[in-house]
Design a protein around this ligand. Structure first.
Ligand SMILES: CC(=O)SCCNC(=O)CCNC(=O)[C@H](O)C(C)(C)COP(=O)(O)OP(=O)(O)OC[C@H]1O[C@@H](n2cnc3c(N)ncnc32)[C@H](O)[C@@H]1OP(=O)(O)O
Ligand SMILES: NC(=O)C1=CN([C@@H]2O[C@H](COP(=O)(O)OP(=O)(O)OC[C@H]3O[C@@H](n4cnc5c(N)ncnc54)[C@H](O)[C@@H]3O)[C@@H](O)[C@H]2O)C=CC1
Length: 492
């Protein structure tokens, strides 16, 4: 394979960024907790101040989503993520377990290689910079080519605010020439210590194949089961609010409603009443043709309004339409509504009971979101428990929108823009990622008990007894007697 000049230039940039980042990280490592916390506070404040501007840039450049919601995602990082990591100890001895006599010492991993999705190109950069530096790491970001400028601008803001607050220069880099080769070089280079990769399945595979420790977190295809015991108006309002947020670009947003038969017609009425548009068979076919491009998702519909998508398909929908809904029966690439759509389009399935519901949700997760997120609207705790125990999702969000629930904005889950899919999804963790994943814990462990070497002690005693030659019994019998005496002494 021959590389173009621009590729060589990109690879050179990766190497120089990593070298600078490595040197700066060595300096950062020497700062106190107070100094690190001051830097993170400054980064959060800058993120808050520029949330709107960066959100707008992201929409202008990628054409995905809504400015107000991109701003909200940036604010979520600046406020919620910041609040959750603010008090976290990440320097020196961060815990002393008196009972077990263990001290835990925080050790940064070094340089983080961060891969960022095109769907959250500013919020994920803010997020990864903050959690990397909080754990005293440097970071080199590989942006998506369609979000190059806004990701770069965000990284620049993070770098300036960190440096102004006392961070060593050169801790944060964002590549200016995105190329698959450069991204590969970044992931494999000896100066990279850990990969933090957020995106689709292909990229996650590339991250895990690099030979470096990697947190690769993959795509979602979130089903939401609405049980007969659910509060229907409330469930519908939560689902629609969640699904319309940023025109459906969050990986945890609902992709399919799985309705329990007895409440199906009430659910449909409520969906219509609250602004969803139910596609007829002809309209459904027209939209279906738009969803896939080859075997992948068509970027033209990603993060677009329902009206724009309807326009593309040559149909017209009311101005107030918030989501396009199509009744679907099958699951797989032959049924385009069943895939992750990253847009305000929902599939609607009907099942006879929760057993069938659980099976269908599993099929949908298996199609493209294994281990990611599942929603359930239900008033029956036994059903919730069964879904929690049996379904292959790392986050089971109950009576809340999955977009906000999954990222930890409306649930008690750790606020994060990077959601692990566990072994189900081929990921190393099912956690929401935070600074704790970007540091190693060293353990200083004191001796607290003597090793019991009963067998050896018994052998020794038995040998002594046999040595006196005054007993008419075998060596084995003597050994048993000694062992039993020793164990009784221990019990006493
Ligand atoms: C079938 C299903 O289940 S689909 C549901 C699962 N969902 C997914 O997997 C979503 C994954 N992501 C995507 O499909 C897409 O990124 C979308 C639809 C969100 C956006 O699509 P696009 O804007 O066209 O971006 P995409 O990532 O496909 O890349 C566009 C081009 O940039 C290239 N590119 C991607 N990353 C880089 C990079 N770091 N450096 C250089 N080039 C890159 C791609 O190779 C592609 O080139 P090509 O057009 O020559 O093939
Ligand atoms: N689990 C999670 O926390 C999240 C998952 N996602 C998922 O991400 C997807 C949307 O994001 P996209 O930008 O479309 O994903 P994508 O996988 O196309 O791109 C993600 C990043 O990887 C890079 N990349 C792509 N292919 C690569 C390869 N072969 N080698 C090296 N780098 C490569 C891209 O340039 C980009 O920076 C959705 O499927 C969504 O569910 C998005 C956000 C959060």
């Amino acid at each position: 394979m021959r590389l173009l000049d621009s590729d060589l230039q990109a690879i050179q940039e990766v190497r120089s960024s990593l070298a600078e980042a490595k040197a700066a990280q060595k300096q950062l490592e020497k700062l106190t907790q107070q100094q690190v916390d001051r830097i993170i506070a400054a980064m959060a404040a800058a993120a808050e101040e520029h949330a709107e501007r960066l959100g707008l840039l992201a929409v202008e450049e990628t054409g995905f989503g809504k400015p107000a919601d991109k701003k909200a995602k940036n604010l979520f990082v600046a406020r919620d993520v910041y609040a959750s990591i603010k008090e976290m100890k990440t320097v020196g001895i961060i815990g002393k377990d008196e009972a077990r006599q263990i001290w835990e010492v925080a050790q940064p991993v070094g340089v983080v290689a961060a891969i960022v999705p095109s769907t959250n190109p500013t919020s994920t950069v803010l997020f990864k910079c903050m959690i990397a530096l909080k754990a005293r790491n440097a970071i080199v970001i590989s942006p998506h080519p369609s979000a190059l400028r806004c990701s770069q601008e965000t990284a620049k803001l993070m770098r300036h605010s960190a440096e102004e607050a006392g961070a060593p220069p050169g801790l944060i880099h964002c590549l200016s020439v995105p190329s698959i080769e450069a991204c590969g070089e970044l992931m494999k280079h000896r100066l990279t210590d850990v990969i933090l990769a957020t995106g689709g399945a292909g990229m996650v595979k590339a991250a895990y194949s690099s030979g470096k420790p990697a947190y690769g977190v993959g795509p979602g295809n979130v089903p939401v089961f609405v049980h007969r015991s659910a509060d229907i108006p409330r469930a519908v309002s939560r689902i629609l609010q969640s699904k319309t947020f940023d025109y459906g670009t969050i990986c945890a947003s609902e992709q399919a409603i799985v309705a329990d038969q007895p409440i199906k017609s009430r659910l449909v009425e409520e969906l219509k009443r609250q602004g969803a548009y139910l596609l007829n068979e002809r309209e459904k076919r027209q939209i279906a043709e738009l969803i896939l491009r080859g075997n992948g998702l068509n970027p033209r519909i990603v993060g677009k309004s329902p009206q724009a998508i309807a326009d593309m398909a040559g149909i017209s929908v009311p101005l107030e339409t918030s989501v396009l809904v199509a009744e679907e029966k099958g699951v797989g690439l032959d049924y385009p509504f069943s895939v992750e759509k990253l847009s305000p389009i929902l599939a609607l399935y009907t099942v006879n009971d929760c057993l069938e519901g659980g099976r269908l949700c599993t099929e949908l997760l298996e199609l493209g979101g294994l281990g990611h997120t599942l929603g359930i609207h239900c008033g029956d705790e036994a059903v919730i428990e069964a879904f929690g125990l049996e379904l292959p999702a790392s986050r089971i969000i109950v009576n809340a929108g999955t977009t906000f629930g999954g990222i930890g904005a409306t649930t008690g889950i750790l606020p994060s823009m990077t959601l692990g899919c566990g072994a189900y999804g081929g990921n190393i963790t099912s956690d929401n990622i935070g600074p704790q994943h970007l540091m190693n814990l060293k353990r200083v462990a004191f001796g607290i008990r003597d090793m019991q070497v009963e067998h050896e002690a018994a052998e020794r005693l038995a040998r002594q007894v046999i040595g006196t030659r005054q007993l008419g019994i075998s060596r084995e019998e003597v050994l048993d007697i000694v062992k039993s005496v020793l164990s009784q002494m221990k019990l006493g």
